[in-house]
Write a protein that binds this ligand. Structure first.
Ligand SMILES: [Zn+2]
Length: 504
């Protein structure tokens, strides 16, 4: 029973002893929780889109109008420093709407996706308690995936994670041959799936085994076996999240990205890079221990200017200018490449992803920014309004009928060759192999022979019955042609291409 205010009517419950009191407070807590999750609809807004499509702008406008708070999902923006090159929101923008997960990690630390997921999920939970709409915005795909789907293996609490991180760095020092040998020992399935040179992934799998005592491959298999999971990962974490995808004509976006690099230059990005290099990277370069694969040092723009930043005093002014121009050009190219990678990810993971655990994606065209309010903001707000009321939005979600992504771990059994083959690509190769073709022809021949025997048997029977009835039959001649065809096949005629396809 509920009172007018929606609280469970506990006042009328009879006086209860301690145990019952406890269970009653549990019921109340559950009621409070469920009313909280009822209030924030959708439970989560995610804004996807390539760099330069105006994701932050849309997030801020939605946040201001719908009582939302922004959770950045950008693996470079978590670090302090490099504000211009990592394209962080300005102080003015942050003042319009609360922002989280920006500039709070020391640049020398290595912040992992597990760290991110744990912190972001607790932020989302806290927003739900406060009746605020969480808006996740950013371009780091694996950060977003870790929130939307239960795709990460849980290796314990945050404390364990940071200890484990040190272990992982120690592990990586062992060298790839030793690492791969160790993983083969404890988790041969995983070792077979990973490239022996992929030190980071091998170390990660070893670390998961160390921490959980369970092979990583088995944990992943269990995750995929959960309700609502598909072959890419686990089930959705939140029911009915609202996802917007900002897309643009690529030529227009390329121009915008080039312009943005020029604007970054004008805003003093070189000073920022020089200062950052002096503080955090210079001594590493001197020891040749700089690593552009770790933490913020992976940021687009930093490694592109490596030669310029490390040019010694002996490098002349003209050459220095040339290095700078190269850096700017490399930055423009890298940015445009990154935009394409991000779009590809949206297509692969959302639009053409098979299975039931894919939320609808609402596409918004940001090519023409002159009518942005009308073509982007208004439709986005309408979608949110409809979802809140529990109605179907008038904007149709987009869904590209895609090719099913190749499964590297699928298991195929070839009964013809009595063989087990792992992986879609390997299976295709097997179907084309000489060995398989040989068995296929052999099978076909024996089938044809059986068919011919049958036909000949029927003809003979028909012939004899026609004879008995004394009437002429034309069936015989047709059957002769058939029999001749069978004979040709038996003599080793190649099966037509399309029948091979059907066989696969
Ligand atoms: Zn075969």
């Amino acid at each position: 029973m509920e009172t007018a205010c929606g609280c469970p009517d506990t006042e009328r419950a009879p006086f209860a002893p301690h145990a019952a009191l406890e269970s009653r407070s549990l019921v109340m807590a559950a009621a409070v929780l469920s009313s909280v999750s009822r209030r924030v609809v959708p439970p989560l807004v995610v804004i996807l889109g390539a760099t330069g499509t105006g994701k932050s702008k849309l997030a801020i406008e939605i946040g201001k109008r719908r009582g939302g708070e922004i959770i950045s999902a950008d693996s470079m923006q978590v670090y302090r420093g490099l504000d211009i090159i990592t394209n962080k929101v300005t102080v003015e923008e942050q003042a319009q709407c609360p922002h989280h997960m920006i500039s709070f990690v020391d640049p020398l630390e290595n912040y992992t996706v597990l760290d991110y997921r744990n912190k972001a999920l607790s932020l989302i939970d806290d927003m739900h308690q406060r009746n605020q709409l969480p808006i996740v915005v950013g371009g780091t795909n694996y950060y977003i995936e870790s929130l939307l789907w239960k795709v990460l293996v849980d290796t314990g609490n945050g404390e364990q994670t940071s200890i484990a991180l040190q272990d992982k760095t120690e592990l990586e020092k062992l060298g790839r041959a030793e690492l791969h040998r160790r993983l083969t020992e404890v988790d041969p399935d995983m070792a077979a799936m990973l490239h022996p040179h992929d030190v980071r992934k091998i170390a990660r799998s070893l670390q998961i085994h160390q921490m959980t005592g369970v092979p990583h491959s088995r944990l992943l298999a269990e995750q995929r076996g959960q309700d609502g999971a598909d072959e890419i990962g686990g089930p959705l974490r939140f029911r009915d999240p609202c996802i917007f995808w900002l897309h643009s004509n690529m030529e227009v976006l390329d121009q915008r990205l080039d312009k943005r690099v020029d604007e970054m230059m004008a805003a003093g990005v070189l000073d920022e890079l020089k200062e950052f290099h002096r503080r955090y990277n210079e001594h590493k370069v001197e020891e040749s221990s700089q690593d552009y694969q770790k933490g913020i040092f992976q940021s687009i723009g930093f490694k592109e200017f490596h030669q310029y930043l490390t040019a010694g005093p002996d490098v002349g002014e003209e050459q220095r200018e040339a290095l700078l121009r190269q850096g700017v050009e490399a930055l423009k190219q890298a940015t445009k490449r990154y935009a394409r990678t991000q779009n590809k990810w949206v297509r692969r993971r959302f639009l053409s992803r098979p299975g039931s655990s894919v939320p609808p994606v609402f596409g918004l065209d940001v090519t023409d920014v002159s009518c942005w309010e009308k073509t982007v903001l208004t439709p986005a707000l309408q979608v949110l309004e409809s979802l809140k009321k529990g109605e179907k939005p008038s904007l149709e979600p987009i869904r590209v009928e895609g090719i099913k992504p190749r499964n590297k771990r699928s298991r195929h059994t070839c009964e013809l060759c009595d063989k087990i083959i792992i992986g879609d690509l390997e299976w295709k190769a097997h179907l084309k192999s000489k060995n398989h073709q040989f068995h296929l022809r052999k099978k076909r021949k024996s089938e044809m022979r059986a068919e011919c025997d049958q036909v000949l048997g029927v003809t003979l029977a028909a012939g004899s019955s026609a004879d008995m009835q004394g009437t002429e039959s034309t069936v015989g001649s047709t059957d002769c042609t058939l029999a001749a065809d069978c004979g040709a096949n038996m003599l080793g005629c190649q099966a037509p291409e399309d029948s091979l396809v059907t066989a696969s």
